[in-house]
Design a protein around this ligand. Structure first.
Ligand code: NDP
Ligand code: MG
Length: 402
């Protein structure tokens, strides 16, 4: 019997919560491996996390709090509640990196949203962990640096291995395995989001509430807005480019509103292999944890008693300019990903705050990308510098346009 110590970074989020579900399921059903939740991180919802760990019967799990003020608040409230078990608590700006680098940890689930997940994900790769990667922004910002350290099997010299959690990349990972050296195209599917059939005028007037209402997936706020602009698909094009080491020209996007076909691979002979399952993130999360083993899952199977209406249609790059941006960034690489990601994070926050229009998001990203001094082989510190610059520049663009 083996054991696996898992650190879930971003345990309070949509992916984090689904991961805790999968871990509970594996703890109850996997006869070959002891799954231990070694550490779990939260940012603002640590109280909820601590209660969840108690409910899970996981009193030994280290609680990681990246936000020092929230940590201080939580600790003083917690000190008064004698009945609760005392978790070991790690706080401060370096706590996430420390946990991701900890020798006792085997697998790091990278489920923090945005650039905030970058350093801990890079630390997990550097320290030879299995990385169940949900945080696509890491590859968008620093894909070239990560790719440099990985060989063909997404393994690094440090022993690290990246297993995709993003459903499209998990699908490709599963399809590609049949003939990895005969791949012609990666075909990413996109639900099209809540504005799949909307006009540009309707999108101009979209409210945060309507943009957050995704038809097929229940996700965190930032990725929900990314899905509505289709920036999420743009980020996934870039993620696929680095993860599977293929040029932008070998990547396509098709719209598939039902979110049952999670992506496809076309091989050199023209044959296409697709991966299908219900839209439930617990499936790719579990595979990222247990691969190469496939175990019974908690997600329900596809309902074959019903008639299937699976549609596939071309993506509209005119109405969704973010997609064009995704292909451009995947093609040029270098500093472009860090700049577009930062501008997008900033623009999404401004849109959710009612300060800019929905259609401004992609526009701001394009403008900031055009304004930056492109470099093809940046260092990590240069990428982080540009991340800060692009956020300021996006703020300036938005202020100028309102
Ligand atoms: P959520 O917003 O639901 O969760 C984000 C998590 O990150 C929370 O645990 C949050 O903590 C934590 N967090 C936020 N900001 C910081 C910060 N500055 N420092 C440390 N931790 C922080 O997001 P999702 O779960 O939806 O998405 C997570 C990642 O997974 C994203 O990169 C997304 O693109 C990707 N992904 C998500 C999918 C989904 O179905 N949701 C599908 C595919 C990929 P707290 O809540 O305590 O503040
Ligand atoms: Mg996805």
């Amino acid at each position: 019997r083996t054991s696996c110590n898992v650190a879930v970074l971003g345990a309070t989020g949509s992916i984090g919560t689904a991961t805790l579900d999968v871990l509970k399921h594996l703890q109850a059903t996997d006869s070959q491996c002891d799954w231990r939740l070694w550490a779990a991180s939260g940012h603002t919802n640590v109280d909820k996390l601590a209660r969840e760990l108690v409910a899970m019967g996981s009193p030994d799990t280290r609680l990681v709090m990246s936000e020092p003020e929230a940590a201080a608040c939580w600790q003083s409230a917690h000190a008064e509640r004698d009945s609760e078990p005392k978790h070991q608590v790690l706080t401060g700006p370096d706590a996430l990196v420390k946990v991701a680098s900890e020798p006792a940890v085997d697998t790091v689930v990278a489920a923090i949203v945005g650039r905030a997940g970058l350093e801990s994900t890079l630390a997990a790769i550097e320290h030879g962990k299995r990385v169940a990667l949900a945080n696509k922004e890491t590859l968008v910002v620093a894909g070239s640096l990560v790719a440099e350290s990985l060989n063909e099997g997404r393994k690094s010299a440090s022993g690290a291995e990246i297993l995709p959690v993003d459903s499209e990349h998990s699908a490709i990972f599963q399809c590609i395995a049949s003939h990895p050296s005969a791949v012609k195209k990666l075909i990413l599917t996109a639900s099209g989001g809540p504005f799949r059939e909307a006009t540009v005028q309707q999108m101009r007037d979209a409210t945060p509430e309507s943009a957050l209402a995704h038809p097929t997936w229940d996700m965190g706020r930032k990725i929900s807005i990314d899905s509505a602009t289709m920036m999420n698909k743009a980020l996934e094009i870039i993620e696929a480019r680095w993860l599977f080491d293929l040029p932008a020209e070998a990547i396509e996007v098709v719209v598939h509103p039902q979110s049952i076909i999670h992506s496809m691979v076309e091989f050199t002979d023209g044959s296409v292999i697709a991966q299908l399952s219900p839209p439930d993130m617990r499936m790719p999360i579990q595979l990222a944890l247990t691969h190469p083993r496939r175990l019974p899952g908690i997600a329900p199977s596809l309902d074959r008693a019903q008639r299937w209406d699976l549609q596939l249609m071309p993506a509209d790059l005119e109405r969704f300019p973010a997609l064009r941006l995704g292909f451009e960034v995947a093609r040029v690489g270098g500093t472009a990903g860090a700049v577009v990601n930062a501008a997008n994070e900033c623009a999404v926050a401004l849109f959710l705050d009612g300060q800019i229009r929905f259609t401004d998001i992609a526009q701001v990203c394009q403008t900031v990308l055009n304004h930056h001094n492109f470099e093809s082989t940046p260092t990590l510190s240069r990428l982080l510098e540009l991340d800060r610059w692009a956020r300021d520049e996006a703020q300036r663009c938005c202020a100028a346009s309102t």
